[in-house]
Design a protein around this ligand. Structure first.
Ligand SMILES: [Zn+2]
Length: 790
């Protein structure tokens, strides 16, 4: 529902139409009936007595009366039926106590109340970036403003019943007079609309129209005005009116107007300023104080006169007001400082997602429906968005990212952007983002950048940024499919050495893929060791067994990753090592790992579940789909492999995890070439969190290893993403009931020889692994040829 400016000329147009219709038609029914009844006697008697003439006239008048009464009754019934039908929804539509809410879109979050029950609590109110409106209660609006509007728009406002019979009749006579003579009887048109009628027009947005429809609308409007007046006090009506009147541009309501024109609140305006605001609304372009100050001042001074004549101000006050210059504040953009609202990163995301879905689904079935129209509707439609934000998670994320202690800023001075040679060299620093989801696919929290958030709906690195994900990709397709397809198990051994691929010159590369350590062990290595240490060599061999095509289709079709390129990403480097053409957002990466914490299931990601209009009609319902992406057994085996990353010797984020006494956790690190991107995905039985760290400019973090190192370097910081994961989870899970990942019946624990990966025999070094029940495993021969110690 959009606001329209108040008008006061509705009655005039209407009366013209009424008059025109009356003039074109004969008085309905009467003459024809009179001729018919007198006709047959004409030739029989040449002389008619006076009595007979009188009788005929009487019968004629009686017939006319009857016809008029019948027609009048029919018309009255028709009008009543029309009005009843047309005003059926009025109790909601014209509920002034709900009017403020009808224009304000509110995001709700689910909270657990004191009784342990979930309930929806207001999370954020949205302020349109375009519409400038601030609702104020009547006692915070200067009496000068109230008096100025009443004096000029509706001087008998406080005493009439919502509709002024006298004014409507006078306006009609005035219009008839103008039609006959070409000029108004009173010298100018008379406004027939009361403040109630103008308010109804503002709320319903119904335009005046001509002909029968215009007449019907006028009747409906009068009916509504009287009903409104019966239901609400004059104060409530005036408050609603003053808060909804249209002013210049996108400004609506007297508070926004006072801010805009005079740089003050509506509570503090002078008599002259109050009259100025009241002067604009009748015709905001004609009486625009910036572009038409002379016309504006003429009308302002008239209003001051009306205020004085009606006893609201003294003659001396009026004279002082007339002498006052306009004194407008410098015209600013519509982004008035008073209406700025700071949205969280979550709010930014849910706004984007709702707009996307509104555009796609067009729930109102409107024509010319586009992003702009959907955006206007979102901000001004009084929507209720039931969001998935977990305020505890969101707050914890915001606090950790605001402080930013886990991420060295590593400034690069005099940075000259190679993509923008005209750019002035500047200093760039690192950035970081984080996303937390739960196993219902709900976005619980997101942070799109470090430090204080500076703008609404700026670039959100948590959900909008696409960057290569490095080794976290190994957990997306290669390893889970290798296990799911029974190509490998927990302790299968593969060669830690280069993987032969073409060098493009007819030869074979012997340096690909490199491990992050820069070394190959040239020995058979278990999947357990390889995943824990993130060895590229072994992962590539697993991916080769699964095949790039199978990995690609799984990532795209089953996990729903939208950014993969069919032409360039169906290969080992993209599908195993994350060297994809574009990349993934932290949000998508978290989604891809969900299966390891939820028995192999993946649920589609969303930041809201339902959107309703302010009257409670559901206009969007999120389609939430759960897919069994991999077997429950595979998910648990992967879960235990990822556990080793945080808990076992040699794990790439060993020792950095949430308090294991509260909740278990698993994770995976990922780094792209030259430390351009440093990723971490961590899971607990309740949440999945993904973090990214790097430069927006995609530059290498040359000093990364001076601050962070995976192995024992004493005082150096641990993995930044894992550290943030540990802190956020320890904060939000501190008081939670402990939830565990239970081993499914389809998986069993078993010992393995850490050298051969087979079932150990006497003398084998042992580890404990997790295997599908019934999987075929060999028995170690006890000859450890590849054991460097052997
Ligand atoms: Zn052995």
């Amino acid at each position: 529902m959009r606001m329209r400016r108040a008008g006061s000329t509705f009655g005039r147009r209407l009366i013209i139409e009424n008059n025109k219709n009356g003039a074109q038609r004969p008085a309905q029914g009467a003459p024809r009936g009179a001729q018919g009844s007198g006709g047959p006697r004409r030739n029989k008697k040449k002389k008619m007595t006076a009595g007979r003439v009188l009788g005929a006239i009487m019968r004629f008048i009686a017939s006319c009366l009857c016809v008029c009464i019948i027609l009048g009754s029919v018309a009255a019934v028709a009008v009543s039926l029309y009005v009843v039908k047309e005003t059926q929804g009025d109790s909601d539509l014209l509920d002034l106590t709900q009017l403020e809410l009808a224009y304000t879109t509110i995001i709700y979050s689910q909270q657990i109340n004191d009784q342990g029950q979930p309930e929806w609590v207001e999370y954020q109110r949205l302020q349109s970036p375009e519409e400038n409106r601030i609702w104020k209660p009547l006692n915070e609006i200067s009496p000068y403003i109230q008096h100025a509007f009443v004096a000029v728009e509706d001087e008998n406002f406080y005493t009439h019943p919502g509709f002024s019979f006298k004014r409507t009749v006078l306006a009609a006579i005035n219009e008839v007079f103008r039609k006959l003579t070409g000029s108004y009887l009173t010298g100018s048109q008379l406004g027939a609309s009361t403040i109630e009628q103008q308010l109804i027009k503002n709320i319903t947005g119904e335009d005046e129209s001509s002909g029968i429809e215009g007449y019907a609308r006028k009747v409906k409007e009068i009916f509504r005005a009287i009903a409104l007046d019966n239901r609400f006090s004059k104060e409530e009506i005036l408050e609603a009116y003053l808060n909804t009147i249209g002013l210049t541009g996108n400004t609506a309501g007297v508070e926004a107007g006072a801010n805009q024109y005079f740089g003050k609140s509506a509570a503090d305006v002078t008599i002259a300023e109050a009259a100025s605001i009241a002067a604009i609304t009748k015709n905001p372009s004609r009486f625009n104080p910036y572009t038409n100050p002379e016309e504006h001042l003429k009308r302002r001074d008239d209003i001051i006169l009306f205020m004085q004549q009606q006893g609201y101000i003294t003659q001396a006050e009026a004279e002082a007001a007339w002498a006052t210059p306009l004194n407008l504040v410098e015209k600013t953009t519509d982004e008035n400082a008073a209406v700025q609202t700071d949205y969280s990163w979550f709010t930014d995301q849910v706004i984007s997602e709702v707009i996307d879905d509104l555009v796609a689904e067009n729930p109102l079935g409107r024509e010319n429906w586009d992003r702009k129209a959907a955006s206007d509707y979102l901000y001004n439609g009084g929507l209720r968005i039931y969001a998935t934000v977990d305020t505890e998670v969101q707050t914890a994320l915001e606090n950790v990212w605001l402080e930013g202690k886990y991420w060295e800023s590593m400034p690069i001075e005099n940075y000259d952007d190679p993509n923008n040679p005209d750019d002035t060299p500047r200093t760039i620093t690192t950035q970081a983002a984080g996303v937390v989801i739960n196993y219902k696919g709900e976005l619980c929290g997101v942070v799109g950048g470090l430090g204080q958030k500076t703008e609404n709906r700026g670039f959100n690195r948590g959900t909008e940024m696409e960057r290569q994900v490095g080794s976290t990709m190994k957990g997306v397709a290669a390893y889970p499919l290798g296990i799911d397809m029974d190509l490998i198990n927990y302790s299968s051994v593969l060669m830690d050495d280069y993987f032969p691929i073409s060098d493009g010159k007819g030869g074979t590369r012997t340096d690909w893929p490199s491990n992050w350590s820069g070394r190959y062990s040239h020995s058979m290595t278990t999947v357990y060791e390889a995943l824990k240490q993130s060895l590229n060599t072994v992962a590539v061999r697993v991916g080769d067994m699964v095949t790039p095509r199978t990995m690609f289709e799984f990532a795209r079709d089953t996990l729903g990753i939208t950014t993969l390129d069919e032409n360039s990403d169906v290969d080992l480097a993209p599908m195993v090592l994350g060297a994809t053409t574009t990349g993934l957002s932290p949000y998508e990466l978290a989604g891809a790992y969900m299966m390891y914490g939820d028995g192999g299931r993946m649920t589609s990601l969303h930041s809201y579940t339902s959107v309703r209009d302010y009257q409670g009609n559901e206009i969007l319902e999120k389609d939430i789909v759960t897919t069994q992406a991999i077997g429950e057994d595979t998910a648990y085996i992967m879960n235990r492999l990822l556990h080793s990353v945080l808990f076992d010797a040699g794990g790439t984020a060993r020792g950095i995890h949430p308090d294991a006494n509260i909740m278990d956790s698993i994770g995976k690190t990922g780094t792209t070439n030259d430390n351009k991107d440093v990723w971490f995905v961590g899971l607990t039985p309740k949440y999945v969190m993904a973090t990214w760290y790097g430069y927006d400019e995609n530059e290498p973090m040359d000093d990364y290893n001076n601050y962070y190192i995976y192995k024992n370097k004493g005082s150096q910081k641990g993995h930044p993403g894992a550290s943030a994961f540990a802190e956020v989870m320890d904060t939000v899970q501190a008081d939670d009931e402990i939830v565990t990942w239970d081993m499914p019946e389809t998986v069993e624990k078993g010992a393995f020889c850490t050298i051969s990966g087979d079932i150990p025999t006497d003398g084998c070094p042992r580890g404990t692994g997790y295997y599908k029940v019934g999987v075929t495993r060999g028995v170690c021969a006890g000859i450890h040829a590849t054991d460097p110690a052997a």
